[in-house]
Design a protein around this ligand. Structure first.
Ligand SMILES: *[C@@H]1O[C@H](CO)[C@@H](O)[C@H](O)[C@H]1NC(C)=O
Ligand SMILES: *[C@@H]1O[C@H](CO)[C@@H](O)[C@H](O)[C@H]1NC(C)=O
Ligand SMILES: *[C@@H]1O[C@H](CO)[C@@H](O)[C@H](O)[C@H]1NC(C)=O
Length: 177
């Protein structure tokens, strides 16, 4: 098998109809898959007050740890992680003292050389979603093949693919090589 196809990674797109009367966790850059060494900024945003939201995460090693404890650097209502490592992979969420929690975001950090970059969940029905097959070392304009649930769906000369007006029928496991 060619090296590139060995290194392809899976990504799950899931559509949620989302009621937002609570905090929302946003991730910048908006990607669930990151390269080792990437910078990421996570923000707890909400409509009304800005009272006491804490960013927490579960990784395979430790649960419910808070930004600023053993990882991350608090920056106002954000948390910056400067050099992501594979051990930072896990589920992240914002939590208030009163209990309510935000959406959860899975971040996966790879030491490999190819990722499929896609927006952080949730994707809203009707949105246009662009998937980018990205390599660590070269500019992201290499030809790429995109697969959904194991079947080839598109070959794109520029390495990115836009799904227009996504709907539930677009849910699935996507990968690229
Ligand atoms: C995080 O870990 C705790 C303790 O194991 C568990 O109760 C909680 O459901 C986990 N949260 C998420 C979002 O996975
Ligand atoms: C956190 O990241 C944001 C966005 O890149 C930046 O503006 C801010 O200066 C950073 N803060 C710290 C404390 O690193
Ligand atoms: C995060 O990943 C876990 C394990 O793969 C999965 O069970 C969960 O549904 C994911 N959560 C989100 C919000 O994508």
């Amino acid at each position: 098998m060619k090296e590139t196809s060995v290194l392809c990674l899976l990504f799950l797109i899931s559509l949620l109809s989302c009621k937002t009367n609570r905090a929302r966790l946003t991730v910048s850059p908006s990607s669930s898959q990151l390269f080792k060494g990437d910078f990421v900024s996570l923000s707890c945003e909400e409509d009304d007050s800005s009272a006491g939201w804490t960013l927490r995460r579960n990784t395979s090693k430790r649960q419910r740890t808070q930004c600023g404890s053993t990882w991350g650097k608090p920056a106002g209502s954000s948390c910056n992680i400067t050099l992501m490592i594979p051990q930072d992979s896990g589920v992240y969420w914002c939590e208030s003292r009163e209990g309510p929690i935000s959406n959860m975001v899975n971040l996966t950090v790879t030491g490999g050389s190819v990722i499929l970059q896609s927006p952080v969940l949730p994707v809203m029905e009707g949105d246009d979603v662009t998937l980018l097959c990205k390599t660590k070392t070269t500019p992201s304009n290499l030809p790429a093949a995109f697969y959904k649930d194991g079947s080839l769906i598109r070959k794109q000369p520029t390495g990115h693919m836009t799904i227009q007006h996504v709907s539930r029928s677009d849910e699935g496991l996507y990968k690229c090589d």
